[in-house]
Design a protein around this ligand. Structure first.
Ligand SMILES: NC(=O)c1ccc[n+]([C@@H]2O[C@H](COP(=O)([O-])OP(=O)(O)OC[C@H]3O[C@@H](n4cnc5c(N)ncnc54)[C@H](O)[C@@H]3O)[C@@H](O)[C@H]2O)c1
Length: 285
């Protein structure tokens, strides 16, 4: 007798739109990696709720998604403000009655402060922009996910939370905390029907990290900088976020996937005597 299969095992050709009518919240969904995630989720049928600090980026993301036939609402929200997050979540839950997917994408390595020059103020700033809002957003939406016994959370942290990052150990520690929060939350909430996974980007061209400007002469070096031999694009991150957000990954939780063109596997940081600092894309050391 054939082994009985759970009802959600479907042939791959039947999947169609991966987030059809799902309510998906994306922080920092106006541009960069978050922008690509918002667009791809909308293409896959999600109703996308964007929390974006920059009103122009918010308006432009909402306009672009609607112009392509998608559904999106973008609200100007600073996710480092806990009260603002609670107000945003209350509005989203009042409008839709639930949330199916939460992507905690906001994060920043700037201003880069070397550890000897750092201070309680700079540590707090790294905490606010990289970790605290992950707690605030997750806290604001997890009750509804528990009530509906369903939810998928995707935390965008960094490959620097998964390897030693000499540039700013405080930033690396905040990203590692997001990755480990991911693992712990998955363990504690799987029985509530909630999956939690993370992605660790590297080398991805965005407004925050511009790998192109000033490096035009070094394009031939990408094969030595990244095992896959090229620069990454926000869409590279978005496709992995889509997989983790959707039922395609229904048996995956608690994992952190480096989306880095292989740098965690095969690359690293090298001290350059000529530059006088650590570099991840040596031009000759
Ligand atoms: N790009 C890379 O190569 C790379 C590498 C490692 C990690 N990351 C991580 O990926 C995530 C996205 O990075 P990115 O490069 O797309 O960044 P980005 O700065 O280009 O885009 C971030 C988006 O979030 C918005 N935002 C910033 N602060 C916000 C706040 N307080 N509240 C709401 N919205 C806010 C910005 O306006 C922008 O639209 C971050 O967590 C970042 O640390 C990126």
């Amino acid at each position: 007798m054939a082994t009985p299969q759970p009802s959600n095992v479907r042939p791959i050709d039947d999947w169609g739109k991966l987030l059809d009518r799902k309510i998906a919240v994306v922080s920092g969904g106006g541009d960069g990696i978050g922008g690509a995630i918002s667009r791809l989720f909308a293409e896959h049928g999600a109703i996308v709720e964007i929390a974006e600090i920059d009103p122009e980026r918010a308006a432009s993301a909402q306009r672009d998604i609607r112009a392509s036939g998608g559904v999106a609402v973008a609200e100007a929200v600073d996710v480092t403000d806990h009260d603002a997050v609670e107000r945003f979540a209350a509005r989203v839950l009042a409008d839709h009655g639930r949330v199916d997917v939460l992507v905690n994408n906001v994060g920043d390595y700037r201003p880069l402060v070397r550890f000897p020059q750092s201070s309680p103020e700079s540590w707090k700033a790294m905490y606010d922009i990289n970790l605290q809002h992950v707690f605030s957003m997750t806290h604001a939406f997890i009750g509804s996910m528990m009530e509906h016994r369903s939810g998928s959370i995707v935390n965008v942290h960094s490959v620097e939370g998964m390897r030693g990052y000499p540039g700013d150990p405080v930033y690396g520690a905040m990203k590692a905390a997001v990755a480990h929060f991911t693992t712990c939350l998955a363990a504690s909430h799987g029985r509530n029907g909630i999956r939690v996974n993370g992605i660790g980007p590297d080398l991805t061209q965005t407004p925050q990290v511009d790998y192109i400007s000033g490096n035009e002469d070094f394009e031939h070096l990408w094969p030595s900088w990244a095992p896959v031999g090229r620069l990454g694009w926000p869409e590279d991150q978005a496709r992995v976020a889509l997989f983790l957000a959707s039922d395609m990954s229904g048996f995956v939780t608690g994992h952190n996937v480096p989306v880095d063109g292989g740098t965690k596997a095969g690359g690293g940081w090298f001290f350059s005597p000529t530059a006088g600092r650590f570099v991840n894309r040596p031009t000759g050391l």
